[in-house]
Design a protein around this ligand. Sequence first.
Ligand code: 6PG
Length: 472
Amino acid sequence: MANSLYDFGMIGLGVMGRNLLLNMADHGFSVIGFDKDAAKTGALETAATAGTTVKGVAELAAMVQLLERPRKLMMLVPAGQPVDDVIASLLPLLEQGDVVIDGGNSHYTDTLRRVKQLRESGIHFMGIGVSGGEQGARTGPSIMPGGDEAAYAKVRPMLEAIAAKVKETPCVAYLGKEGAGHYVKMVHNGIEYAIMQLISESYTLLQKGAGLNNDQLHEIFKNWNQGALQSFLVEITADIFLQQDDKSDKRLVDVISDKAGSKGTGKWTSQDAMELPVAVPVIDTAVAMRTLSGYKEQREKAATLYTAPETTIHTETEQWTKQVHDALYFATILSYAQGLAMLHEASRDLQMDIPLPEVVKVWRGGCIIRSTLLEVFTQAYQQDAGLPNILLDKGVAYLVQSVVDNTRSVIAQAAQAGLPVAGFMSALSYFDAFRTGRMATNLIQAQRDYFGAHTYQRIDMPGTFHTEWQQH
Ligand code: 6PG
């Protein structure tokens, strides 16, 4: 190459690191990647598109030396200690003004700590959420940057080039101060957990409830993906039902164990929601159901102790499918609503200035939770950028209202049939509490004051009150 210095460096050439770097090279940037594993540096160079400038090295110092100044580099290594280890090895090699990006799923509090740590040496540290998996990284992920805005300006052309595009708009934008990028990615993952749980409940309702087979389930999800439920997760679900197992004559989905894994980002969302506090019960439920799925032996024992009710749904299949569609649509909107409400609160509470109108635009393409609904939310924020909860938007309210009756019907029948739909139930109960001007929590206040003199407020006069409650 004419200029012997490279535009961008990557530390960690696993699947995500390699694909992001190749994506950058495809957009005309010269890139260099470091990994101790020679097989990975070799794989990087081999996979490069002809005519692009891509180099792999096994020495961190060599990579840093070969970067254009101010250096722009990203690490994609497992969250936690590995990130701190990389920073410790990098620090002596860097100079003031260099930009270091953590593109992994780090906890935002770690990002905050690292921003401060590197700021002391004049180095810009940015936490950036990257979503879209392997394929997204190669062809266009959704990118959620946060931190120093001046540093973002330096890497913006590269990030815009590699991001997914929706109507020619790149799915990347500056999403707030300090740890905002990783915060937004954490909440993205919380919503991802919620929607995945809801889709799996829809599967139960159609498979166990209506006795549909994998071919029929494929057709249903394929149809759903052509309408209001169009989304990446519904799309891949349709594919999954058709996948043949290569070790048996069954469909793969039927031989996969029901113990669900997790790497913790869903749990972090719930934990942080409790801290704020903000209510995200569909996300909490999704995390809990993955946990419960791990209690396989206890569940198997319980299955011998308790008889299941009659599990057949009596509604005619076509109508049932339509009702389940509506319930999924309803609860999916509720999942986004809870996640976005959390970002609204966190933005204020943690002084991150997260622009929600930008967040929903960035999520429209490339990421795991991309869906046609994000267009609806984009319009809602165009009406009111400061919406505390998208359920308060008139357009969203109209959509929710149009599917809530079918949601009630699905949940009632699922309960009678003994089908577990905790995500749907949680979404509906949140909705019914949210849409009421007076909850039953006055009684909780009375109880608190009764046993602990915790005081209460009245609805008819200002002030704080305590009563000597009488035993009867
Ligand atoms: C993404 C995903 C990704 C996440 C996986 C696995 O946006 O590309 O959110 O970052 O790591 O979905 O998450 P769990 O193992 O916790 O399910």
